[in-house]
Design a protein around this ligand. Structure first.
Ligand SMILES: CC(C)(COP(=O)(O)OP(=O)(O)OC[C@H]1O[C@@H](n2cnc3c(N)ncnc32)[C@H](O)[C@@H]1OP(=O)(O)O)[C@@H](O)C(=O)NCCC(=O)NCCS
Length: 447
């Protein structure tokens, strides 16, 4: 077990016993962090780590890495990185901390080194005013640190080479994909922001972050994205494709497409044959040039949100689904978060059965809860509330069911169906389903 010594985590030099000390990284750790992460993961992580420790990332500084050092051997044996960013909930921006590059040397595992660093990362994230922490990666592990499945990352659906071969050839495609040229970046940004505004959760980009996305990462950083513009034969730009300019995984010979957006007024049915054919040709060119390091391309992977219109435009038999793990989410101060997103919650009511509602809603989390006052569809207060006994409350939501509701993972009636101890009055059920819609999107997180 770890012996915690003063000063406390978050501020930092914490003994982890047996010559192990946890501290914030500094510039002298940069090269070793790159080597360490490459050893624990593989060389697909090397350039990403190098970019993160280079000082050029818009939000990551060396002190956003925690490290555990073996002071006897003078080497890093465990590390975690915090990537701060802005997300948006139905038009309300809020700060998010994304942990990444979570790694422990195999010789030092299962001694609580990551658990200890998460305490520190959570404290640092709170100090930065981040209301939510998110993480992807290994299934289940982060539940131990207060996370639960919250925002879906579903979506990869593959179109295999053999169905692409069936796309009609021999006619002039009315649309084609081309590389970016001057002015496209601004235009892509506008389309992305226009689409994002309509989603329950999306990730925002500051001007520096956009510049970093387009030109900041080094060539072999596996988090780098690239873009093509879809244009008509007379040169009108009608949409864009964001793609991964390397294989998604070693031995995974697919071209991964991570965003497809069309200008308002352009329909998917019209562009699909040209788009699929264009992507397939681009993918084959990337194999020929060595950009995609595989012998042959097996198809296209569309890593898009579950209800992306492109999926509806594809034929049912044309796609193969790949399951992806979700974002694990932590909201340490749920009441503070609800207060922050209050304007968005109010905006969700018009058009639902709860439009114009006046009254009170008390939701019990069994050990604590929240009380909300409504006046003609406005939310006047959102405050902590303690149920006096186990029976009190208009709705009762155990464990992390409320987090799942707030994130749009499941709606109230679904949670009540699957958990015997999740329950609400008829009125409370309608209110909760109206306040918290479902979300099937896929935020483009800053990496
Ligand atoms: C996953 C990984 C980071 C865990 O590091 P670690 O330092 O061993 O983690 P901790 O010891 O702090 O683990 C916290 C708890 O989980 C337990 N745990 C760790 N690995 C576990 C595993 N594979 N299965 C079940 N429990 C595990 C620990 O025993 C500890 O339990 P305790 O707090 O009750 O004692 C490490 O195994 C690793 O580097 N793996 C390869 C890289 C990777 O997959 N990183 C995550 C990518 S997002």
């Amino acid at each position: 077990m770890i012996a915690l010594s003063k000063p406390s985590v978050g501020e930092m030099r914490v003994s982890c016993g047996e010559n192990l000390v946890m501290r914030l990284a500094d510039a002298s750790d940069a090269a070793e962090l790159v080597d360490f992460n490459t050893r624990v993961f593989d060389e697909r992580i090397t350039d990403w780590t190098a970019d993160l420790v280079s000082g050029t990332h818009p939000s990551v500084r060396m002190e956003d890495f925690t490290v555990v050092e073996d002071t006897r051997l003078k080497k890093i044996v465990s590390s975690v990185c915090l990537i701060s960013q802005t997300w948006d909930y139905s038009g309300v921006p809020f700060q998010v901390g994304r942990s990444e590059l979570v790694a422990t040397d195999p010789e030092y595992r299962r001694r609580g080194l990551v658990r200890k660093q998460f305490e520190s990362i959570h404290a640092r994230s709170a100090k930065k005013g981040e209301l939510m922490q998110v993480i992807t990666g290994v299934d289940w592990f982060y539940r131990q640190f207060g996370y639960d499945m919250g925002v879906k990352l579903w979506g990869s659906r593959c179109v295999d080479a053999r169905s692409l071969a069936g796309i009609k050839n021999g006619e002039v495609a009315p649309y084609r994909l081309r590389a970016l040229k001057a002015g496209d970046e601004e235009w892509i940004r506008e389309i992305y922001e226009g689409v994002g505004c309509g989603l329950l959760y999306s990730a925002r980009r500051s001007p520096e972050e956009w510049t970093y996305e387009f030109t900041g990462r080094c060539k072999h950083n596996t988090r780098r994205r690239a873009w093509w513009v879809l244009e008509s034969t007379d040169g009108e730009s009608i949409g864009y494709v964001q793609y991964l300019p390397c294989l998604p995984l070693r031995n995974f010979p697919l071209l991964r497409v991570s965003q497809v957006e069309l200008k308002p007024g352009v329909g998917y049915l019209e562009v699909m044959p040209s788009l699929l054919r264009g992507l397939w040709e681009k993918g084959m060119e990337m194999v020929a040039s060595g950009e995609l390091t595989c012998d042959g391309l097996e198809g296209l992977e569309f890593a898009l949100e579950r209800d992306h219109p492109l999926f509806r435009a594809l034929g049912k038999g044309q796609v193969r689904e790949l399951k992806a793990s979700p974002y694990y989410i932590r909201i340490p101060d749920m009441i503070g978060y609800l207060q922050k997103i209050r304007p968005a919650l109010e905006r969700h009511l018009p058009g639902t059965l709860a439009e114009g509602y006046s009254g009170e809603l008390k939701v019990s989390f069994y050990r604590g809860g929240v009380r909300m006052h409504f006046e003609k569809g406005r939310i006047l207060t959102i405050a902590p509330w303690s149920p006096a006994d186990i029976w009190e409350g208009d709705a009762k939501m155990p464990d992390s069911t409320f987090l799942r509701l707030v994130c749009g993972w499941q709606r109230f009636h679904e949670l009540a169906d699957s958990h015997a101890d999740c329950w609400g009055t008829h009125e409370a059920s309608i209110l909760l389903d109206s306040l918290f819609p479902a979300f099937h999107g896929k935020p483009w997180v800053l990496a």
